[in-house]
Design a protein around this ligand. Structure first.
Ligand code: BG6
Length: 483
C-alpha cells in the first residue's frame, strides 16, 4: 500500500528557539522527512530564529548535524543539501528590537506564514507582541505553541489571554504531540469508521477501560523541568487526557476541528473530581544498578511523583458506572502505551461450569508494535464436551498495511504539515486546556497541602504495590506491562 503525499502550499516557517533541543530532535528532522517525501514545496523557507549570533550557513551545518544525530539519515543523503538550501537564520532578541526588521524582510508575501514558539512559555507574550507590532504577522498567520501550556488553570488562562491580545483562536495551534501519533488518530478511525464497536461502546457493555503509558526512561538530564511538574502535569493533564477523550467522547458530527474539540471538551467537563483514595503517586528508587528519582532529579528532598495511577469516573449517560483506570510512569518494566477495553461478561452462560465464557477484551496498542488485539471465546477443539477457550485475534498494523504500516511518520511531521494546511483538528483549543487544568488543579493542590511522599517503586518494576491494590479493591487487575 503506497501512502499518498499531498503537497502543502508554499510557506515561510519561522522557528523561535531553533537552536534548542526540540528543534534539533523533532522539528527540523520532521521537516526534512516531509521534504524527502515530497510534501514541502522547494520554494518554501524555514527560518531559524534564536539569540545566538550565527550565519545562515552555520545554521545549515547545525541542522545537518542534528538530522544525522537524531535520524538514520547520513550527510551524503541526496536530498539533504537541497533541504538545507531552504534554511535561513536570523539572530533575534525576543525581549528587545534586535533582528525583527530583518525577519520581516525575509518573509515573502503570498506564502503561508507560520511561527513556531519552541521557547519557554515566559517568552510567548514577548514574541507574540513583537510579531504584531513589527507587522510581521497578520490575520492569516499561524502560531504554534508547545507544552507546558501553563502549570495550572490560572496560568493557562493568563497565557491564553496573552496570546489572544494578538492572535485569534483560529490562528493558535497548541501542540499535544500525542494527537499527532498515527495510532492515536486511529482511535477515531476504529470507533467511527466501523459499525462493530460503537453500539457496544458504553457502560451497558463495557466493564472498565485501562489506559497505560509506561516508559523505561527516567528523568535524568531534564530533572529541573520534571521535578517542578511530575507525572500529573507532564503526562496526565495533556497526553492521557487526550487519550481518555478520544475513547470516551460522543461521535462528532464531522471530522472537523471544532466538532471534534467540542466533544472532547464535554468529556473533560464531565470528569468527576478524583477522591484521594482513588489515586496513587509513586517515585522510582534505585535498584542497585539503576539510579533513583532523587538522584536523577538532583533533589534529595523531592516529593514529585514519577508515576501516577488513578480511577476516573465520567459523569454522563454513556459512562455511568464504567471506571477508567489511568496509569503512567517513568523507569517502568517496559515502554508501552495501550488502551484496553474490557467488556462485561455474557449475562447468562448456556455452558456448564467448565465452559464459563470470559469477558471479551479489546486492546489498542499505541506503541510499540502498533495494532489491535481482540480476545474472543471459541470452543477448544476435540471431542468430549464443550470446553471454551479464549484466543486473541491479533493484528499488527505493520503486517496489515505492509511497509507503510511499519513506517509511521513521527507525530511532529503530521502536526507541522497540519499547521501549514490550516487544520486545527489535532490541536488543543484554549478552553479545552483550561478545562483539563481545572480538573487536575484540586488533585495537585491536595498533594501539595498533604506533604505526603509518593510511594516508592523499584526502577524496572510495574510501579508501586498500592497501584495494584487500587485495582484489587474493585476485583480487577492491571494488564501486565510488557513491550
Ligand atoms: C513528553 C513528556 O511530553 O512526552 C515526556 O514531557 C515523555 O516526559 C514524552 O517522556 C513521551 O512521549 P512519547 O512520544 O515518547 O510517548
Amino acid at each position: 500500500m503506497v501512502s499518498r503525499v499531498i503537497p502543502v502550499d508554499d510557506f515561510d516557517l519561522v522557528i523561535f528557539g531553533a537552536t534548542g533541543d526540540l528543534a534539533h530532535r523533532k522539528i527540523l528532522p520532521g521537516l526534512f522527512r516531509r521534504f524527502e517525501a515530497g510534501q514541502i514545496p522547494p520554494t518554501s523557507r524555514i527560518i531559524g530564529a534564536a539569540r545566538t549570533e550565527q550565519s545562515d550557513d552555520d545554521f545549515r551545518a547545525e541542522t545537518a548535524r542534528a538530522i544525522c544525530e537524531y535520524t538514520s539519515v547520513r550527510k551524503e543523503h541526496p536530498q539533504l543539501a537541497e533541504f538545507l538550501g531552504l534554511l535561513g537564520y536570523v539572530s533575534i532578541d525576543a525581549k528587545g528590537d534586535g533582528g525583527w526588521q530583518e525577519l520581516k524582510d525575509r518573509m515573502r508575501p503570498g506564502a503561508v506564514h507560520a511561527f513556531y514558539f519552541s521557547v519557554a512559555p515566559s517568552l510567548f507574550g514577548d514574541i507574540a507582541e513583537r510579531l504584531a507590532s513589527h507587522g510581521i504577522a497578520d490575520n492569516d498567520s499561524r502560531i504554534v505553541v508547545e507544552k507546558p501550556f501553563g502549570r495550572d488553570r490560572a496560568s493557562a488562562r493568563a497565557l491564553n489571554a496573552t496570546l489572544a491580545q494578538h492572535f485569534d483562536e483560529h490562528q493558535i495551534y497548541r501542540i499535544d504531540h500525542y494527537l499527532g501519533k498515527e495510532t492515536v488518530q486511529n482511535l477515531m478511525a476504529v470507533r467511527f469508521a466501523n459499525v462493530l464497536f460503537e453500539p457496544l461502546w458504553n457502560a451497558q457493555f463495557i466493564d472498565h477501560v485501562q489506559i497505560t503509558v509506561a516508559e523505561t526512561v527516567g528523568v535524568a538530564g531534564r530533572g529541573s523541568y520534571y521535578d517542578k511538574s511530575g507525572a500529573i502535569r507532564d503526562m496526565v493533564q495533556n497526553h492521557m487526557m487526550q487519550l481518555l477523550c478520544l475513547i470516551a467522547m460522543e461521535p462528532p458530527y464531522h471530522f472537523d476541528p471544532d466538532a471534534v474539540r467540542d466533544e472532547k471538551l464535554k468529556v473533560i467537563r464531565a470528569l468527576e473530581p478524583v477522591a484521594p483514595a482513588d489515586i496513587v503517586r509513586g517515585q522510582y528508587q534505585a535498584d542497585g544498578t539503576d539510579s533513583g528519582y532523587l538522584e536523577d532529579a538532583e533533589n534529595p528532598e523531592s516529593r514529585t511523583e514519577s508515576y501516577v495511577a488513578m480511577k476516573v469516573r465520567i459523569s454522563n449517560w454513556r459512562w455511568q458506572g464504567t471506571p477508567f483506570y489511568l496509569r503512567t510512569g517513568k523507569k517502568l518494566r517496559a515502554r508501552t502505551s495501550e488502551i484496553a477495553i474490557t467488556f462485561k461478561e455474557p449475562p447468562h452462560s448456556i455452558f456448564d461450569d467448565s465452559g464459563v465464557p470470559k469477558a471479551n477484551e479489546l486492546v489498542i496498542r499505541l506503541q510499540p508494535n502498533e495494532g489491535m488485539n481482540m480476545k474472543v471465546m471459541i470452543k477448544e477443539p476435540g471431542p468430549g464436551g464443550m470446553r471454551l477457550v479464549q484466543v486473541p485475534l491479533d493484528m499488527s498494523f505493520a503486517d496489515a498495511l505492509g511497509p507503510d504500516g511499519a513506517d509511521m511518520p513521527d507525530a511532529y511531521e503530521r502536526l507541522i504539515m497540519d499547521v501549514i494546511r490550516g487544520n486545527q483538528t489535532l490541536f488543543m483549543r484554549g478552553d479545552e486546556v483550561e478545562a483539563a487544568w481545572a480538573w487536575t488543579d484540586p488533585i495537585i493542590e491536595a498533594w501539595e497541602d498533604g506533604k505526603r511522599r509518593p510511594e516508592p517503586y523499584d526502577a524496572g518494576s510495574s510501579g508501586p504495590d498500592e497501584a495494584l491494590r487500587l485495582m484489587h479493591r474493585d476485583n480487577r487487575r492491571w494488564r501486565e506491562i510488557r513491550a
